[in-house]
Design a binder for this molecule. Sequence first.
Ligand SMILES: C[S@@+](CC[C@H](N)C(=O)[O-])C[C@H]1O[C@@H](n2cnc3c(N)ncnc32)[C@H](O)[C@@H]1O
Length: 356
Amino acid sequence: MNSEIIEEPIRFHLHGISGVVENEKYGEVGLRLMNEMWQAVKGAKIPTTGINHWVYLPDGKMFVGVELRTPQQPAIPDQLEPLDFELPRYLKHVHVGQYQALPQKWKDLKTQLAARGEVIGSPSLEVYGHHCEDPAKAETTIFIGLKAKPDQKTTTIDRTTFESIYSGQPPWEIGRPQKAFLDVAEQITGSLLDAGCGTGDNALFFASRGITVTGIDFLAEPIKLAKRKATERGVTATFLVKDALTLKAWSERFDSAIDSGLFHVFSDDDRRRYVCGLATVVKPGGRLFLLCFSDAEPGEQGPRRVSRKEIEDAFAEGWVVERIEATRFEVRADLKDFSFSEGGPKAWFVVVRRAG
Ligand SMILES: C[S@@+](CC[C@H](N)C(=O)[O-])C[C@H]1O[C@@H](n2cnc3c(N)ncnc32)[C@H](O)[C@@H]1O
């Protein structure tokens, strides 16, 4: 997908008409506002660039407007409101093709932004190209306003972000267990917790080896998919919608736990809370096997990078650190718009044992 995050502010000075959108009927409302706007513009013979701008505002409002050819117009009808705004940082994407493809395009872009750890701000807009005889060649530029990149030390990746990623194709959905866990399969016996299990490929791998597995995820959608996969594969495992930050209050106990991609989503505070919860549910002598992004992975796309020292610190009390090894996180082979290291994001594979 041809999209770029731009850190240089861009300003828009428009005149047009705004309206309230109910039941997500943006297309319908947009077309009505566009007709009204052009009637007013043509009636008053106002020179414009002729380019339609559909602006998506907060609280279910939208605005359809044009740029005037000269900034100071003597007689602008009252019906045309001015709208001036700036996007300090934004994603820019040029869509070439049918307008009908735009809703799916927005969905894909939002998923992509969420997976990159970006938070959408306001407003966002579509700037339509000049009329084109061939609808397949019509050009629409999408601008999505972005908030300043969250500080991953203080901000945990939230539910909405994960929901948005799951509405597309999550980069980690490889349809098989992560290789790092296959290599330690022999060491895992008894009962196993998979914290942040997603759609369950790691959990189901261990369940197929006769382990009593419980997978938890705070989202209902991946848990539903995990249960479906278990049925399709004829494997028995328990999947629960549960927040891994509430482990401390849980009465269940496990011989081992795995974490594939959860630890690195937490802020410093939530990381402490999570590790404290793990210390409660993993039996004394039990092990946690953990796979997270490493600080050797360049760039900022994806989750927080974690250093060896951070891992040692996180498990300094109540755990014995047995292994911290450089490895790779496996991601989808068809990932576009992500520039992870060749061979997959650089990661740590960690084995820690609960003291006692
Ligand atoms: C990177 S994905 C990894 C999924 C799965 N472990 C895998 O390897 O395919 C992280 C998962 O953690 C879940 N998650 C994030 N925060 C959570 C929390 N506080 N409690 C439980 N699950 C959480 C997300 O919904 C997502 O499914």
